[in-house]
Design a protein around this ligand. Structure first.
Ligand code: CA2
Length: 146
C-alpha cells in the first residue's frame, strides 16, 4: 500500500520558527516518524513538501498515475484558499486525511474554513506533529477496510 504525505507552504520551517505553535520537531523528523508509522502498519509512505500551489496540484495528479492508495495532506495556508488543490484531490478521487498541527478552530477566523475538509476521509487537528502519525493510522485502517 503506497501512501503520499504532502506538506504545503512554510512547513519546511518546522522546528526552526514559532515552536510555541508548531513544536520543536523538524520536517525531516516528522516525515521519518510518519514513514515509520506507515511501515509499522505494512504500508509505504513517500514524503514531499512544496511552497507552490501549482506544484502541489501536479504532485496530486502524479499520485493518481503512480498507484498511490491514499494521501495525508497538510496544505498549510492553502487549506483556507485553494480551490485548485481541492479540485485536484476531487479529480483523483483518492482518499485523503487532512492534518493540521495547530487547532485551527482556536485561531483566527480565516483559519476556520477549509476547502478540503468536506471531501476528506478524516481530519486530524490540534494534536501537534503527532497528528501526522494519527492520520497515517486512520488512513491505513480506512484503506484496509476497503
Ligand atoms: O496548523 C497547521 O498545521 C496549519 O496548516 C499550518 C499553516 C497555517 O497556515 C494553517 O492555518 C494551519 C502554516 C504553516 C506554517 O508552518 C510553520 C512552521 C514553523 C514555523 C513557521 C511556520
Amino acid at each position: 500500500m503506497k501512501l503520499l504525505l504532502i506538506n504545503g507552504p512554510n512547513l519546511n520551517l518546522l522546528g526552526l520558527r514559532e515552536p510555541a505553535t508548531y513544536g520543536h520537531a523538524t520536517l525531516a523528523e516528522v516525515e521519518r516518524a510518519a514513514a515509520a508509522e506507515a511501515a509499522r502498519m505494512g504500508a509505504e509512505l513517500a514524503p514531499w513538501q512544496s511552497n507552490h500551489e501549482g506544484a502541489i496540484v501536479e504532485r496530486i495528479h502524479a499520485a493518481h498515475t503512480e498507484g498511490v492508495a491514499g494521501i495525508v495532506i497538510n496544505a498549510g495556508a492553502y487549506t483556507h484558499t485553494s480551490i485548485a488543490i481541492r479540485d485536484a484531490l476531487a479529480a483523483t478521487a483518492l482518499p485523503f486525511v487532512e492534518v493540521h498541527i495547530s487547532n485551527v478552530h482556536a485561531r483566527e477566523p480565516f483559519r476556520h474554513r477549509s476547502y478540503l475538509s468536506a471531501m476528506a476521509a478524516g481530519i486530524v487537528v490540534g494534536f501537534g506533529v503527532d497528528g501526522y502519525r494519527l492520520a497515517v493510522q486512520g488512513l491505513v485502517r480506512r484503506l484496509s477496510a476497503g
